[in-house]
Design a protein around this ligand. Structure first.
Ligand SMILES: *[C@@H]1O[C@H](CO)[C@@H](O)[C@H](O)[C@H]1NC(C)=O
Ligand SMILES: *[C@@H]1O[C@H](CO)[C@@H](O)[C@H](O)[C@H]1NC(C)=O
Length: 464
């Protein structure tokens, strides 16, 4: 390798946004990078977030991945106590306050940069101040986007060319989704619109932008984003957590239950860690599962304030007795990767959070798409375009879910002949992505090395 002449530890500081869908991919990227080369990585976040990810980091990474606490102001913002320094469980009306508090922590972040003097900063999409601070300390900074290129190019397109139609017709928003989506870009915190934060953050990335995706899934959106941002877009692969890193006893009752099912006969139903189903949604999904007659594992979560709610209260009367052995309800948490990897699983009823989509593709499981909010509608369109899933159209009043439609799509994807193509495509994409991913990660390492060594190279060139 070219770099071996000046072989030394390269240190990277990572600053993800304070949400689960962000910290986890940054951590997975850190694991992948350190297993490919001797990078030393610091992950910077609030104490409340770090306390929950620290215990999950396997011992083998402890010498190369370190955690650094970022303290947000509390006296100035008494409505945001330290346990709210995360999007997880944050009351929605406090979201702008969290963004403001994050902005206000920039001085503290600057101190961290000064102390650690990393060779590179990798930052997220809502904090344009981070790359500017890095620059002032002479540290190169690049952005890492944890959503996909389709969503990002749609957003950037809308922001830069609000009157021109998005050139790819497979990516669109339905009537009941369009308003919410533009509200996302328009929502404002600390006097800055999110759309503006997104554009500035990308603009300030040095030469390249990392995106959590695979060229195998969406190369045309990767190319279009590159054109829009005038930067090289570097896919980092799916970054799915190694199922071996999830501490689950093979003898646990859920794995035993799966072992007793037929191949590809079970649907796994989960809507991610930050979306909570309404009572109506729970009813329609429960009846849909019942009507489909397909076996299922359903993860149900309640928001912190409703933790005392019992599952029986919200499910249709007699649901448990009627489905019997055919269904399992898990409250709170499930070992998602272990379940999706199991050969008895034949479909994933998913909200289409991007990490869930990638996990499903990684394990070759076709998707029954039920997008709920945020980027999920766009992800669901991509899932259909790529051919690895079918969306449950909201045929009810005001765009609500309907049990018959839920049941029909589950059956089509998992059981019926019509689902053959989706099932085959899911396996094919799994294999193709697997082959591509190693190549993509090597490419990432190469790009990072170039950025980290360039400043040295530049100072050398002044001798000539
Ligand atoms: C902070 O973030 C981590 C990782 O995303 C998440 O698992 C955890 O639940 C969050 N912590 C709290 C207390 O919300
Ligand atoms: C900076 O960090 C300190 C703790 O180290 C904290 O008390 C303070 O509120 C933080 N300031 C801001 C503006 O975030």
């Amino acid at each position: 390798m070219v770099y071996s002449a000046q072989h030394r530890n390269i240190s990277i500081l990572m600053l993800p946004w304070l949400g689960h869908g962000h910290i986890s991919p940054f951590l997975e990227l850190a694991k992948k990078l350190t297993s490919l080369r001797d990078f030393h990585i610091f992950i910077c976040s609030t104490p409340v977030n770090l306390s929950s990810i620290k215990p999950k980091l396997p011992q083998k990474y402890s010498h190369c991945i370190e955690f650094v606490e970022l303290h947000l102001p509390h006296d100035e913002l008494p409505e945001l106590p330290p346990h709210y320094h995360t999007t997880n469980g944050l009351p929605p009306h406090l979201m702008p306050t969290l963004k403001k508090a994050f902005d206000m922590s920039s001085d503290n972040f600057s101190d961290i940069l000064k102390t650690l003097k990393p060779d590179l900063l990798i930052y997220d999409f809502l904090q344009p101040w981070a790359p500017s601070l890095a620059l002032s300390h002479n540290i190169p900074a690049i952005e890492f986007i944890t959503t996909n290129a389709a969503l990002m190019s749609l957003s950037v397109h809308q922001l830069k060319n609000p009157n021109a139609q998005f050139p790819y017709t497979s990516i669109y928003l339905r009537d009941y989704e369009a308003k919410k989506f533009s509200n996302l870009l328009e929502s404002s915190a600390n006097g800055i619109k999110d759309g503006e934060r997104v554009l500035l953050s990308s603009d300030r990335s040095r030469n390249i932008i990392l995106v959590k995706t695979s060229g195998e899934i969406e190369s045309k959106y990767v190319d279009y984003l590159s054109e829009l941002m005038e930067k090289k877009i570097v896919p980092v692969g799916s970054l799915v957590q190694d199922p071996m890193d999830q501490k689950v006893d093979e003898e646990s009752s859920i794995i035993k239950w799966l072992n007793e099912r037929e191949r590809s006969s079970v649907v796994f139903v989960s809507f991610g860690s930050e979306y909570f189903l309404s009572k109506e949604e729970i009813q329609e999904i429960a009846h849909g599962l019942e009507l489909s007659q397909v076996s299922f594992i359903w993860v149900i979560r309640f928001p912190k304030e409703e933790r005392s709610t019992s599952v029986e209260e919200v499910l249709p009367k007699g649901f448990g007795e009627r489905v019997g052995e055919r269904g399992v309800i898990m409250e709170g948490w499930a070992p998602q990767a272990k379940i999706l990897k199991h050969s008895s699983v034949g479909g994933f009823v998913s909200h289409c959070g991007w990490s869930s989509v990638l996990e499903s593709i990684k394990f070759g499981v076709p998707i029954i798409a039920m997008p709920m909010q945020l980027d999920q509608p766009v992800n669901a369109r991509l899932v259909e375009e790529v051919g690895v899933g079918v969306e449950v159209i909201r045929t009810g009043e005001g765009g609500s879910l309907q049990r018959e439609e839920v049941a029909k799509v589950i059956r089509d994807v998992v059981v019926e002949k019509i689902g053959d193509c989706v099932r085959i495509r899911a396996l094919e994409l799994r294999d193709n992505m697997k082959m591509k991913e190693d190549e993509e990660l090597d490419w990432v390492v190469e790009e990072l090395m170039q950025l980290c060594t360039k400043t040295e190279g530049e100072s050398v060139s002044t001798y000539f």
